[in-house]
Ligand binder design. Structure first.
Ligand code: CDM
Ligand code: ATP
Length: 284
């Protein structure tokens, strides 16, 4: 049997860091939402009892480092599955971009194999398993819009953001999430107003969403990678309603309400950046 699953990227509308924990991770509070930019995974049952990863993208590891591989292995071991699977990843989400591409592939693998192997696990159970793979995986299992707390694994559903376009631009660099967290000065953070963002979502208030977009990790990534700041400034200059870096970067996204402005911003960015996307939010 064969199953096709979609693995959408996420953006952070807010990202706050509340402090450093004893386990080395950071206590965070983030509002995240999935967007219509997605990898496609094909899960195929195979005769041999092992997990195989296939991808044409040279930045995607085809071994145990792949988060989709780790997801399949985790399910196999935890539920004593003696069946093999080949996971073919059609990579659309830029790699090491702050868009949770690997985490979403892991989440899609958990959802897909739950179906393929008839495990009957709930989304909450899959999300809990996912947290063993990475901090963003629990959110990716649910998708939609949510508040994520703890190290990212405590997920509560939120209303969908007001309809708008999301323009994304990724400079030709990869950013290491652990390096960004390591260089964060936790005693000196300008905290996003998470409550105000949630309020804006609850009131379907587009201006409120735009005004309250904020990411504590920008204070590390922007000075470290000037090309990210440059893209941010250009996107603002081209007329996006609000612009922010996603996750630990380097992808920058802008919200745009009016179709008429979208083309101008897209074309302007394409002038100096290879990876530019214009997509919708998935919402719920
Ligand atoms: C930047 C974000 O993507 C925002 O959504 C997440 O906070 C990071 O999520 P992720 O990439 O799934 O993170 P993980 O794979 O669990 O961790 C990568 C590294 O980031 C750091 N890390 C991650 C999450 C967190 N709450 N505190 C941390 O300090 C740790 O050094 C960890 O070794
Ligand atoms: N399925 C996968 N797709 C992409 N990268 C993967 C995958 N599995 C493991 N990786 C590794 O993970 C690293 C980070 O890639 P990923 O695209 O997940 O980063 P990210 O979008 O910054 O993640 P996050 O936003 O969760 O911090 C890559 O350099 C790659 O080596």
């Amino acid at each position: 049997m064969k199953l096709l699953v979609k693995a959408p990227a996420k953006i952070n509308l807010t990202l706050d860091v509340l402090g450093k924990r004893d386990d080395g991770y950071h206590e965070v509070e983030m509002v995240m939402t999935t967007i219509d930019l997605a990898d496609r995974l094909e899960l195929t049952e195979i005769r041999e009892d092992h997990v195989a990863i296939l991808s044409r993208n040279r930045f995607v590891p085809a071994d145990e480092r792949n988060l989709a591989y780790q997801a399949a292995k985790l399910l196999k071991e935890r539920y004593k599955i003696h069946q093999g699977v080949e996971i073919s990843i059609n990579k659309i989400i830029p790699v090491a971009a702050g868009l949770a591409g690997g985490s979403s592939d892991a989440a899609a693998t958990l959802r897909g194999l739950n179906e393929l192997w008839g495990l009957g696990l709930t989304l909450d159970e899959l999300a809990e398993l996912g947290s063993e793979i990475g901090s963003d995986v629990s959110f990716c299992v649910h998708g939609g819009t949510a508040l994520a707390k703890g190290r990212g694994e405590k997920v509560t559903r939120l209303p969908a953001p007001p309809a708008c376009w999301v323009v994304l631009a990724k400079p030709a660099i990869g950013v290491s999430t652990s390096e960004i967290y390591r260089n964060l000065d936790v005693g000196n953070i300008r905290h996003p107003n998470t409550k105000a963002m949630i309020n804006a979502l609850e009131n379907n208030n587009y201006e409120g969403v735009c005004e309250n977009m904020a990411n504590a990790l920008e204070s590390v990534t922007l000075p470290m990678y000037p090309e990210v700041l440059h893209i941010k400034k250009q996107m603002e200059r081209f007329g996006a309603d609000s612009v922010l870096m996603s996750g630990s970067g380097p992808t920058v996204f802008g919200l745009v309400r009016h179709d008429s402005r979208l083309q101008r911003i897209y074309n302007g960015l394409r002038g100096f950046c290879d990876q530019v996307f214009a997509v919708r939010m998935l919402g719920v």
